[in-house]
Design a protein around this ligand. Structure first.
Ligand code: PLP
Length: 383
């Protein structure tokens, strides 16, 4: 058996080496390293793929989130609701802009933002909601959209983990994750579902005015050369990263299908165990190829009865990598702790930080490796 890795970028590269190398060489030969044709090409390919009017590439996913909030004109003191159970970048940019982060709990079975908690957290100062499509599954966007419309709030999707996921509304309408709110941010960090070979990010919106504003913000607030109308930032996707993304975007659906097949294999191997809660795909009894609202950035199970930490030890001893996303709720992080937060409002997050474990998930996993991992876990939790 090949050595099991948490992510396998090398193995993936070997399968697309000629496309990637040709694309990168084109940049080297043109020397158009910034804002070259590769970036324009990626922008329009991604607009087509997502079915969105505007893609604005930028330097990374964290910048993308920050620029969304700047573009919407959020002002110091405005409240922004987001989840307690996410990567820190989501709340970090809210704090950096002197907006007020309002952390809310998640649904214990989907790991995603709880619409009931969102509605409870709304005050006259609330301006925006930032749902995070955690681990690759879309949040309950119909409920979030209803709340946003009722209270006149912006929706900023954090789509860093769900590139390629498809959200199906009750009326059957299908839309890609990242096109479900007013504006969305994504990351092309190497290990994301659509990753480049360095840092990269993008912003998506259908709103022409907002897109125009944001195109200026990413470029030092310039709408005309050397005329700075607003305070901006310098946030660009470089052409070499765009070259990698141009080679990889045509593979994204195939890669996501592979992730889903691996998730299905994991769940088949781990089902029926008393101490294991398998990831839930909304609207489906089990994981199948049809579960397109989940692209399994992570395959995350819950280990009950206090056995998670012992299982971590056991996996380490057997050279099986794993991750714990996330071990500490944001409301208990030094930087974001606040007297406003009450422990009883975070029961799901507080429970999950002790139960979750993410298993190796990438496009190069093979069935033998998954069998090995599931048997190891089953034998352990049944002891
Ligand atoms: C990765 C990630 C980000 C940040 O992306 P970077 O490109 O690393 O800045 C933001 N939010 C979530 C949920 C992420 O997973």
């Amino acid at each position: 058996m090949k050595k099991i890795q948490m992510v396998d970028l090398k193995g993936q590269y070997e399968g697309i080496k000629s496309e990637v190398d040709t694309s990168i060489e084109e940049v080297l030969n043109s020397s158009a390293f910034i804002n070259g044709p590769m970036v324009k090409e990626f922008q329009s390919s991604l607009e087509n793929y997502l079915g969105v009017k505007h893609v604005i590439p930028c330097a990374n996913g964290t910048d993308a989130l920050q620029i969304c909030m700047m573009g919407l004109g959020l002002k110091p003191g405005d409240e922004v609701i987001t989840v307690d159970f996410t990567f820190a970048a989501t709340v970090e940019v809210i704090a950096l802009l002197n907006l007020v982060p309002v952390l809310v709990d998640i649904e214990v079975d989907t790991f995603n933002i709880d619409p009931v908690a969102v509605e409870k957290a709304i005050t006259p100062k609330t301006k925006a909601i930032v749902p995070v499509h955690l681990f690759g599954q879309c949040a309950n966007m119909e409920a979030i959209r209803e709340i946003a419309e009722k209270h006149n709030l912006y929706i900023i999707e954090d789509n860093a983990q769900a590139m390629g996921a498809v959200y199906t509304s009750k009326n059957g309408q299908k839309q890609k994750a990242g096109t479900l709110g007013h504006v969305a941010a994504t990351s092309f960090f190497p290990s994301k579902n659509l990753g480049c070979y360095g840092d990269g990010g993008a912003i998506f919106t259908d709103d022409d005015d907002l897109a125009h504003t944001i195109r200026g913000i990413v470029n030092h607030g310039m709408y005309k050369r050397y005329h700075h109308d607003v305070v901006g930032v310098n946030s660009r996707l470089d052409s070499i990263q765009a070259a990698v993304l141009n080679a990889k975007l045509p593979k994204l659906d195939e890669y996501n299908a592979k992730r889903r097949a691996s998730a299905q294999k994991y769940s088949d191997g781990l089902k029926g165990q008393e101490n294991i809660v398998l990831p839930k795909v909304t609207g489906h009894d089990s994981i199948t190829d049809a579960c397109d609202n989940h692209v399994f950035h992570q395959y995350t199970v819950r280990i009950l009865n206090g056995k998670r930490d012992a299982l971590m030890q056991h996996l380490s001893e057997n050279n099986v990598p794993f991750g714990v996303y996330y071990p500490i709720p944001l409301h208990r992080q030094k930087a974001y702790a606040d007297a406003r937060y009450k422990e009883e409002d975070f029961t799901a997050t507080n429970q999950l930080v002790k139960e979750v474990i993410s298993l190796p998930m990438h496009t190069e996993l093979d069935n033998g490796q998954i069998d090995f991992i599931t048997k190891l876990i089953k034998n352990f939790v049944n002891k």
